[in-house]
Every structure is written in C-alpha cells, then in structure tokens.
Design a protein around this ligand. Structure first.
Ligand code: CP
Length: 302
C-alpha cells in the first residue's frame, strides 16, 4: 500500500529515526559527490499554490539527485485554480507522475490528493501544518545536540503551521516543548488533542517564561502566507515576542536559534540574533534537502 506524508503523525517514531539515519547518509554522500538513483525513470510533480524558495528548490534538487525528474506546477496555472476537482486532477496526474509534493491552503486539500493520487503524496505546507519542516528541524537539532534526551525546545511568537508540526514531532520524539504566545493566540486545541504525551507541553503568555531552560529557541513569522491583510494588527500584538538580545539575556550559552525562514528581520527576530553565533538557520535550511531525500526514499520504497 502506498504511503503519504501529510502530517507528522503519518510516521512512527521508529520511521522518523530511520529517516534521520538515511538523511545523515545522504548528507555524507553528497559531500563526497556521490548519488543514488532511487527515483530513476520517475517523474514527480510539485504542485505549489503558495510561494516557496527552500521547499521548492530542495525538493527539485533532491528529486534530480535521486535520478528522477521534478515537474513544477504553479497552482494558479493549473485547472484546479479554475475549479477542476482535486479528485479528477489527482486521478489524471496518477497516469503521468509517480509522486506529488503539494503546497496549498487547507489540510483537507492535501488529504484529498492523498485519497485520489495513486502514488505517495507529500505535504509541502498547508495553513495548519509543515511536516517536512519539522522533520528536518529535529534532524538539525540532533545533528547539533547529539541527543534529544532532556532537550527543551522553546517556541516564541505565533503558534502557526510550523509550530503545530514542531509540537507533534516533539510529542513523537519525546522532546519537551514550550510555547510563549500572546493572549488570544494559543496553540491550536486540535494539535493539543493529538498529543500522546501532553505532559511534554507547557504554554505561557510571558515571552521570557521559558528562555532560561531552552536548548533550542525557535521563532517564525508573525504574518503567515494568507494573513497579509492583518499585518499591522499582528505586528502590534506580537511586538513583545521579538527574539532579541534583551529577551535572550537569560538564555543558556549553547542554545540553538532556529527559524524556518523566510525571516522578517526587525519583526520576529533581530539581525544580531539571526546572524549571531547561536543561529543555525542556514544549516537548518540545508538539511531540508537531505531529509527530503530520505523521505522520498522511504515513501518510494528505495
Ligand atoms: N521554510 C520554508 O518552507 O521555506 P519556503 O517557504 O521558502 O519554502
């Protein structure tokens, strides 16, 4: 039976560890200029209805380096944007393609692709989740910290799609997760309900509440794709949650600063922090490539 990756919960803990092992292998092999043709003869579609730099390029390069062919489909240029159903689109694309990577709005849309597309479907971001980001973020944490034992990740700001997937992956891997967000902007109750180990989660409206214990300090944009009309209001609400030198004054010396990018410098993070010695944001972005190779291999039976 085909497997999709539409949510963090589509993988078991053991499968995530297997993917991490293979991502490490793919990273080493790439540094030695060696490649494996796991996707030889396969064409994979990238159907993106929102902008992307990292996800698109890392998937295209991953597919090419695994011997496959990526075909980029801008959502607005397909008949889906004119009302063709996902059911019809996915069944037709199944006759041309061996895999689909979808960036779209509603989680239900990626599920509908998963329902009707005959081969693996990967969620490349929806309004409520970004599982590929979480996968490579925890790989980066493991690479830098060597273990998840006793580790604490503090997320500050908007509990958005990236935060949702970070929470579910923390739950899967047994990592303590802390969220500081403004009153009225809590973590989604649906995500809380999905946690099997809710004791791993603590939340606060105080931006400084979880700084001192954090091994990883993570933030993301205050204005996600689709909320641009509320930009002014959101900047005012989140201002106190900026990750800056003052907020980090009580942080551990060896904390990692993470951000999935793109960053809005001067909003959720200052230049000093994102360019500082604790920041791993560029390594984090690079690891998207290695983890997605491992994910493609896993889903395509490599
Ligand atoms: N982090 C991330 O998904 O980046 P892109 O929007 O550039 O793909």
């Amino acid at each position: 039976m085909k497997r999709d990756f539409l949510e963090v919960t589509d993988l078991t803990r053991e499968e995530v560890w297997r993917i991490f092992d293979r991502a490490k292998y793919f990273k080493q092999e790439r540094s030695r200029h060696r490649q494996e043709e796991i996707l030889a003869g396969k064409h994979l579609g990238l159907l993106f209805s929102k902008p992307s730099t990292r996800t698109r390029v890392s998937f295209e390069v991953a597919i090419l380096e695994l011997g496959g062919t990526p075909i980029y489909l801008a959502g607005q240029s397909t008949q889906v944007s004119r009302g063709e159903t996902i059911k019809d689109t996915a069944r037709v694309l199944s006759r041309y393609l061996s895999g689909l990577v979808v960036r779209t709005f509603k989680q239900e849309e990626v599920k509908e692709y998963g329902r009707w597309f005959a081969f693996p479907v990967i969620n490349a971001l929806t309004d409520t989740s970004h599982p590929c980001q979480a996968l490579s973020d925890y790989f980066t944490i493991l690479e830098k910290k060597k273990t998840f034992d006793g580790l604490c990740l503090t997320y500050i700001g908007d509990p958005n799609n990236v935060c949702n997937s970070l929470v579910l992956m923390a739950d899967l891997l047994g990592v303590s997760i802390r969220i500081s967000s403004p009153p009225g902007y809590p973590l989604s109750p649906l995500v809380r309900q999905q946690m099997r180990n809710p004791q791993l989660l603590k939340v606060s409206t105080d931006p400084a509440a979880f700084i001192a214990d954090a091994d990883v300090i993570y933030t993301d944009t205050w204005v996600s794709m689709g909320s641009e009309s509320k930009e002014k209001e959101r900047i005012a609400v989140f201002r106190e949650y900026q990750v800056n030198e003052n907020l980090l004054s009580r942080a551990k010396k060896d904390f990692l600063f993470m951000h999935c990018l793109p960053a809005h410098r001067g909003q959720e993070v200052t230049d000093t922090v994102i360019d500082g010695e604790n920041s791993v944001v560029i390594d984090q972005a690079e690891n998207r490539l290695h983890c997605q190779k491992a994910l493609l291999e896993f889903l395509h039976g490599g």
